[in-house]
Design a protein around this ligand. Structure first.
Ligand code: ZN
Length: 501
């Protein structure tokens, strides 16, 4: 009985869309007014609804993105798996195309699909791609490169050098010279420079950049893990360039008569959630929200011409806002007892403990110093460790110093440590649980994410829709007929004059 009803229902719906909005073939409402001149797409990698709420509760104030007038719920699944990955999700967001896990801006038959950045470039708009992780990582790459495997960093780096993008900023390149490639194509950085990019890798030169410098490829001097910016909580404001500063500079460099499309990724929310580190996740989420505020400031000066869309590519970690051990209570202020990220603790503190053959007694004061957790009385009682918790930490410490974490994907230990340093992840778990937060996974989850929008055409981002529709809706606001375009195919302007040209 249900099946014929659905056919009738969707036929009526499709006819209604045809009648009300012309040749648009999308499943949810599209925009049909004057095109936007300035378009921002912010992607929080791993930014699910729990991450947003946890950051808000930690900061004790609403996020700026929660005040956006349009709020939608977005499904994220990949073509070949319910729980998506960053490459498939970024392809949905950059081109409106569902694809397979690990595929960058290609359809499931491995045909390249045109991205929003490429469409904007074709229409004469300036374009920018910013990320807090390496600029050839899956999410940013899906806006300028087309590869069947996200790990083809060397190929992606060459596509970056050959791209028409005007501003790249954030993390570095993972394989510019092809050290890890079977077919090295030469130095992608040299190629980028030859193609007119000014290369910038220190804070002072970065802050001095002006429009007169032309096209820019800028990265942070300190790239401690995977060519990414340090976690927001580990950054040194005198040396590091924050995601907010990269965003602000991109706006300054791209602003002008031609209009622009700018994609900004908060990439390390995801990495913190993979490692079940709530403090790093919420502080990176707050930094991401601050970066969005730079676009809001721009919007306030150009309210009739600007669209800002903020979304997540998937949830990560199965973060939930409640834990059996704290029943109905939440103590998110405890998260601020942690003063360095899991990554910095592993790379600096744990590495030193291992090198010095330290005992558990040696480790205790460092655990208290960096996570606030107390082995003896005194201080905040909520941070006092029970005997059971102290034993869990000691067991993890012994595993850490014996170097056993390499075997952490064995059943039995994977659930405890997820392949991370056993001591570090046990400390984030215990601190997070004391705060009233729980994690169910070291990977992504299938829960929908929030999409928020402000500005011209924002209203079409209300409702419940798939991540492919985010790209199609953006196309409609850019003045492009919303559909998937193959690379090389000309974009179809909607039957009205484009704002840019
Ligand atoms: Zn992701």
């Amino acid at each position: 009985m249900r099946f014929p009803f659905r056919i009738v229902y969707f036929t009526v719906l499709a006819l209604a869309l045809l009648v009300t909005s012309g040749p648009v073939q999308a499943k949810t409402p599209m925009y049909s007014g004057k095109p936007a001149k300035y378009v921002f797409l912010f992607i929080g990698d791993g930014l699910g609804i729990p991450q947003r709420m946890a950051a808000e509760k930690f900061a004790q104030q609403r996020l700026g993105i929660d005040d956006f007038p349009a709020q939608g719920i977005t499904t994220t699944h990949a073509n070949d798996r319910f729980i998506t990955g960053s490459a498939a999700s970024a392809t949905a967001l950059s081109a409106g195309q569902k694809t397979n896990i690990g595929v960058i801006a290609m359809d499931p038959s491995m045909r390249p699909v045109k991205t929003l950045v490429q469409m904007a470039g074709e229409m004469g708009m300036k374009t920018g791609v910013v990320s807090s992780v390496s600029i050839d990582h899956a999410t940013p790459a899906a806006f300028y490169a087309h590869v069947h495997k996200r790990s083809m960093y060397h190929e992606i780096d060459h596509m970056l050098a050959e791209s028409g993008v005007d501003f790249f900023g954030g993390g570095g390149l993972k394989d510019p010279t092809g050290k890890k490639s079977k077919n090295p194509q030469g130095d992608a950085l040299a190629k980028a420079e030859k193609n007119g990019f000014k290369l910038v890798s220190d804070r002072e030169s970065f802050l001095r950049l002006t429009k007169a410098d032309g096209r820019v490829l800028a990265w942070n001097k300190n790239l401690p893990d995977g060519k990414a910016l340090p976690y927001a909580m580990d950054q040194n404001p005198a040396e590091d360039v924050s995601l907010t500063e990269f965003t602000q500079k991109a706006i300054e460099m791209l602003e002008g008569d031609q209009g622009f499309f700018l994609m900004v990724e908060g990439g390390k929310i995801d990495w913190a959630c993979h490692a079940n580190d709530a403090t790093a996740a919420v502080t990176n989420t707050l930094e991401f929200d601050k970066a969005v505020q730079k676009a809001v400031d721009f919007y306030n000066n150009h309210p009739e011409e600007t669209l800002i869309v903020v979304t997540g590519d998937h949830e990560c970690g199965g973060l939930t806002l409640g834990f059996a051990g704290t029943k109905y209570e939440s103590y998110y202020d405890l998260l601020s007892a942690q003063n360095i990220s899991f990554q910095k603790f592993t790379d600096e503190v744990v590495a030193r403990l291992k090198k010095e053959n330290a005992s558990f007694e040696d480790a205790k004061p460092l655990i208290t110093k960096h996570f606030g957790l107390k082995f003896t009385g005194g201080g905040d009682a909520l941070l006092a460790l029970s005997d059971h918790e102290a034993k869990q930490i000691q067991k993890a410490f012994e595993r850490t110093v014996s170097g056993e974490q390499e075997k952490a994907d064995e059943p039995g230990t994977y659930l405890l440590y997820g392949g991370y340093d056993p001591l570090t992840i046990t400390l984030t778990h215990i601190l997070n649980q004391k705060a009233g937060l729980g994690w169910t996974s070291y990977k992504h989850t299938g829960v929908p994410v929030s999409t928020s929008a402000l500005g011209l055409g924002a209203e079409v981002f209300n409702g419940y829709y798939d991540n492919t529709d985010v790209a199609l809706k953006i196309m409609s606001v850019m003045g492009v007929s919303p559909k998937v375009y193959m690379a090389g195919e000309a974009v179809e302007p909607l039957g009205r004059e484009l704002a840019v040209n």
